[in-house]
Design a binder for this molecule. Structure first.
Ligand SMILES: NC(=O)c1ccc[n+]([C@@H]2O[C@H](COP(=O)([O-])OP(=O)(O)OC[C@H]3O[C@@H](n4cnc5c(N)ncnc54)[C@H](O)[C@@H]3O)[C@@H](O)[C@H]2O)c1
Length: 253
């Protein structure tokens, strides 16, 4: 088990990629703190981990609520003494071009996709510095390195996640803290519903993926979880400030 005795926080752990990442970390021996704004979803992730013999707890927190996030992280530190891993994963997709996008949705995207990552990292950093080690993974997207059709709120926030990752990595390497970004491509989770609607339905998205992705298919959440495990474990011990794109080749063409 390559994460034995590590304490890991995963935000957005109640579904999709975050849930699969939480599961693989627990399988490898970490104690996982599954943060999700949905109490039921977070608790379902924990129940699945515990059923397989892993260790986890759920915290029902909206990560855009600074006070709740701060209290939750302080509580984890009080009870466990340290946080070795932070996976900032919760994020949202708000569709629309410059003129179409709902301005409140644009602000919500920045608040969740960028600012909440910044706040969580800021809250765990003192304990990581004190320990002289720590790993942060920020979920960006292939849309963090690509143009994404009619998605100005999403692409701008996901590009910003990459800039923030590089900045944090440069500033905190001297304290033994590594920070990398994960850029998944198409992963079939509830997250894509706004884009599927914008595309005109399920058949349209399936055709789009067959055409646009060289591997010709969606990724499974477990395929993305393998990359998360690489980034949060010592297998990537000499890697910081980097962008791991796991997209079936979409950004190649
Ligand atoms: N699925 C994809 O194709 C894909 C591709 C690239 C990047 N991503 C990124 O992955 C992340 C989520 O994707 P997923 O596929 O795992 O999604 P998902 O919809 O399956 O799960 C998202 C989880 O985050 C939780 N959440 C949402 N807002 C929250 C908040 N404010 N506070 C706490 N929890 C919150 C939801 O309750 C849900 O359980 C996003 O950052 C997204 O940009 C997804």
């Amino acid at each position: 088990m390559i994460l034995r005795d590590r304490v890991a926080i995963v935000t957005g752990a109640g579904s999709g990629i975050g849930q699969a990442g939480a599961a693989i970390m627990a399988r490898e021996g970490a104690h996982v703190v599954a943060i999700d704004r949905s109490r039921d979803a977070g608790e379902a992730t924990v129940a699945a981990i515990v059923a397989k013999g892993g260790s986890a707890e759920a915290l029902a927190i909206d990560v855009t609520d600074d006070a709740a996030l701060s209290d939750g992280i302080a509580d984890v530190l009080r009870r466990h003494g340290r946080i070795d891993i932070l996976h900032n994963h919760a994020g949202a997709q708000v569709a629309g071009t410059l003129e179409e996008v709902d301005v409140a949705g644009f602000d919500r995207s920045w608040s969740l996709n960028v600012r909440a990552h910044f706040m969580a990292a800021r809250l765990v950093m003192p304990s990581m510095k004190a320990a002289g080690r720590g790993v942060i993974v920020n979920t960006s997207s292939s849309s963090g390195v690509l143009y994404d059709r009619e998605m100005i709120a999403y692409t701008t926030t996901k590009h910003a996640v990459i800039a923030m990752t590089r900045q944090m990595a440069g500033d905190y390497a001297k304290y033994g803290v590594r920070v990398n970004a994960l850029c998944p491509g198409w992963v079939d989770t509830p997250f894509n519903e706004p884009f599927i609607k914008q595309m005109g339905g399920r058949r349209a998205i399936e055709a789009y993926i067959r055409e646009k992705v060289p591997l010709g298919r969606w990724a499974s959440v477990d395929e993305i979880a393998e990359s998360i495990l690489f980034l949060v474990s010592d297998r990537s011990s000499y890697m910081t400030g980097q962008i791991l794109v796991v997209d079936g080749g979409e950004t190649v063409v």
